[in-house]
Write a protein that binds this ligand. Structure first.
Ligand SMILES: [Zn+2]
Length: 172
């Protein structure tokens, strides 16, 4: 994928149809981690290895890295629900888990469609997902990415309004 942020477009329909079921934060963290070497190179000029090497861009590696993010978040939310004695808070652990693994899985599938050198089933050779669709995949992901940004803007605006309303009530 030419622009890492376009991967996040996947979240827009999920947020719309299944709100709060998939953690956006864990999805974003996994997405950024998988593309860390490309981000470090383009943003800071640092060379940290291959952009799409099997140590990050294979299904096995992505599931392992997603697992690390999933474990940290799930551990935190489980502990939080135990301390608060509120099992409902534990549901956030599942949302975090789905976000991390969905981020890793979709990242590899989307990248494999456009990067012939990727080895999604490393150590097995070849890339059965490749179909030279860089422009098409990128273009398809632009509208959902814009949709996602509009969701974040509208969510932020409604939170600000709620805070303002609560503040007005308190000072009435
Ligand atoms: Zn990538």
């Amino acid at each position: 994928m030419p622009i890492t942020l376009l991967h996040l477009g996947i979240l827009a329909p999920i947020n719309h149809f299944y709100p709060k079921h998939v953690s956006n934060l864990s999805f974003i963290l996994v997405t950024l981690w998988l593309d860390a070497s490309a981000i470090a190179y383009y943003a800071l000029g640092l060379e940290m290895g291959e952009f799409h090497g099997p140590e990050t861009h294979s299904l096995g590696a992505a599931m392992a890295l997603s697992g690390i993010i999933a474990l940290i978040g799930c551990g935190y939310y489980m502990l939080d629900s135990l301390i608060a004695k509120d099992l409902a808070r534990g549901e956030k652990a599942f949302s975090w888990l789905y976000g991390a693994y969905l981020g890793g899985l979709t990242h590899i599938l989307l990248d494999a469609m456009v990067h012939s050198e990727m080895l999604p089933f490393h150590p097995l050779p070849g890339n059965p997902f490749y179909w030279s669709g860089m422009e098409a995949v990128s273009l398809v992901l632009v509208p959902p990415f814009i949709w996602l940004i509009s969701q974040y803007v509208s969510c932020t605006v409604s939170r600000i309004r709620k805070i303002q309303a609560a503040w007005r009530l308190r000072n009435y």
